[in-house]
Write a protein that binds this ligand. Structure first.
Ligand code: DC
Length: 225
């Protein structure tokens, strides 16, 4: 049967990389929910809207189209912003905007509608706890802040994104963890039924294989539900 897989965890733990690999293996579609918070922050930044002005951000969001394509690109009101949303400035602002309850309400609804057909691997902070509480497989992916900063640094270089040095990235990652774990609405936390995987010393293949093995019994079960 087709299932949904939820992957949560702190910034730069490798969630998207692993989700993409698993999608190739399973023929599933990856939904990067962080990209939706990033789009919200980018548009607010461009329009000069303060990230704590909930009414204005929500009004803006209600008139905003965010499209995630199966090949991993992100379109904001028709513009390809796949690269622009990865800038360091947008990362922190996305964390700011994700604190707003009504922004979460809007984006969570869009995410639930997208995943209703099953066959999705969704990554974020609240997928196993709020967006897809019935996901068949839930993963809580972690790695040390240093390992995550190194990975993000290499990823930025590879993608041609202007990057801070590893120490600065590590400090930013810790600040974002702190904010995402301690916000009032849907803070980042492991769902009770999620399997925790620390990827600090694991290869992409090892992590992918681990999750694949967890998903296999469900996928091999007969039936559509
Ligand atoms: O996964 P990411 O780093 O692209 O996410 C950017 C920010 O968006 C992150 O700091 C917190 C927020 N976010 C969230 O609150 N809930 C999600 N499901 C995904 C991201």
């Amino acid at each position: 049967m087709r299932i949904n897989i939820a992957i949560d965890g702190p910034s730069a733990a490798g969630k998207s990389t692993i989700a993409k690999e698993l999608c190739k293996k399973l023929g599933y579609v990856h939904l990067d929910t962080g990209a939706m918070y990033r789009c919200t922050a980018l548009k607010a930044l461009r329009q000069g809207i303060a990230m704590d002005d909930e009414d204005s951000v929500c009004k803006m969001l209600a008139e905003t189209e965010i499209v995630l394509t199966p090949d991993g690109r992100v379109f904001l009101d028709g513009e390809d912003v796949s690269k622009a949303i990865r800038e360091d400035e947008v990362s922190m602002r996305a964390s700011d905007v994700s604190k707003l309850q009504n922004v979460r309400r809007d984006l969570v609804k869009r995410q639930q509608d997208m995943a209703a057909a099953k066959g999705f691997i969704m990554d974020g902070r609240d997928i196993g706890t709020v967006v897809l509480p019935n996901a068949e497989v839930k993963i809580y992916m972690t790695a040390s802040a240093r390992a995550r900063a190194k990975r993000r640094y290499l990823q930025n270089i590879e993608n041609g994104i202007e990057t801070s040095d590893i120490d600065t990235l590590e400090a930013e990652i810790k600040a974002r963890d702190e904010q995402d774990m301690n916000r009032e609405f849907s803070p980042l936390r492991k769902a009770d039924d999620a399997v925790e995987i620390d990827t600090s010393d694991m290869s992409i293949e090892e992590v992918t294989e681990r999750i694949y093995e967890l998903a296999r019994p469900f996928i091999e079960t007969e039936g559509t539900e």
